[in-house]
Write a protein that binds this ligand. Structure first.
Ligand code: COA
Ligand code: ZN
Length: 311
């Protein structure tokens, strides 16, 4: 399980979450057994003011051995900042959809690829591993379908550069299970030596179904966000990432070893509304785990007496 809440979640918050609170959140997540934490983004502070404290966050978090602290990087400037801040991994981003790439990054995909090739070379020179996140890998809200060949074609070009991993991002919750299964199994057979991460948003309530379909097709790495954080406050109906603690709970029920400490995740999620100033979508923090028992009603003993007397 890989946590993206501090980046994908907090980037969309309209209120600035104080740096010390971000650090405390990441420190709490570090102790919860996550394999990787996307701690922040080294993007333009004008573009994403919520993450303008990236350097301080990366410097002051407590680094737990074994946890990979990755950071989103859009360009060379971001890569230099991230390497300087001792990021364990650079997570580069471009979109599989031309329209979304221009809207989000102000470049064509070919321009992005050329620029990111330079970033990969810089990272390799500094011996920092690279992951590439392909946005809109299951559909684009402006273009519609994004064919599997397009997505896998961009993946192939980055794999050829020697990147460690590729993330297929369902940026706006358009993925559905058979599509996910097909893309995962082709990826697995074509790029056996490359880490594959699935990044689902629960915009249409399909994140868990997609996760299960991906597991059946051979995937074993999932991005998720504590409390289900995320979703643009300016886009009604937009919703966050797959929720970390809800996903972990479901997978534990099914017998998977996620490596995660569920009570620690729930405790971290419970502190979020105070941090971001609004309710968060995660369900487990409200309902509790399925084995959390509730006391019977106060007059239960009396009802039982009566029922038994009638038997
Ligand atoms: N870190 C810090 N500052 C950066 C930067 C980075 N990685 N990249 C660009 N900038 C600054 C430049 O220094 C420049 O500042 P100035 O106006 O004070 O001189 C300004 O941003 C514009 O730079 P430019 O190279 O023209 O970039 P742009 O305006 O075309 O922006 C992006 C392109 C991609 C860098 C910017 O839009 C961005 O960071 N977007 C974030 C996208 C994102 O995170 N989306 C959500 C996650 S997918
Ligand atoms: Zn996302």
């Amino acid at each position: 399980m890989q946590e993206v809440g501090p980046r994908d979640g907090l980037q969309m918050e309209s209120a600035f979450v104080p740096t010390a609170d971000k650090i405390a959140l990441i420190d709490a997540l570090s102790d919860a057994g996550l394999a990787k934490i996307e701690a922040t983004a080294f993007v333009s502070p004008q573009a994403i003011p919520a993450l303008r404290d990236a350097e301080v966050v990366l410097r002051e978090i407590r680094r737990v051995p074994g946890v990979v602290y990755t950071c989103l990087v859009p360009n060379l400037r971001g890569a230099e900042r991230a390497i300087e801040s001792r990021a364990d991994e650079l997570n580069l981003v471009m979109s599989a959809s031309e329209t979304h790439n221009i809207a989000n990054l102000r470049m064509t995909r070919e321009q992005s690829f050329a620029a990111l090739s330079g970033v990969v070379a810089l990272a390799q020179g500094a011996r920092v591993p690279v992951n590439v996140s392909l946005s809109c890998a299951f559909g684009c809200p402006m273009e519609g379908e994004v064919p599997a060949d397009t997505v896998l074609g961009w993946a192939a070009r980055f794999v050829a550069l020697g990147v460690r991993g590729i993330t297929l991002c369902d940026t706006t919750g358009m993925a559905f299970p058979p599509q996910v299964a097909a893309r995962v199994s082709v990826f697995r057979s074509r790029f056996a030596g490359t880490e594959l991460t699935l990044h689902f948003h629960d915009t249409r309530g399909m994140a868990l179904a997609n996760t299960l379909a991906a597991i059946d097709a051979g995937a074993d790495r999932f991005d998720a966000s504590i409390g289900g954080l995320g979703g643009c406050p300016y886009a009604p109906g937009a919703s966050g990432n797959a929720c970390t603690e809800d996903t972990v709970h479901a997978l534990q029920c099914m017998g998977f070893d996620t490596g995660c400490d569920l009570p620690a995740l729930i405790a971290a999620a419970a502190r979020l509304p105070a941090l971001v100033g609004h309710d968060v979508p995660g369900q487990l923090v409200k309902a509790g785990p399925r084995d959390a028992l509730h006391a019977p009603p106060p007059d239960f003993a009396q009802w039982r007496e009566r029922a038994l007397a009638r038997a």
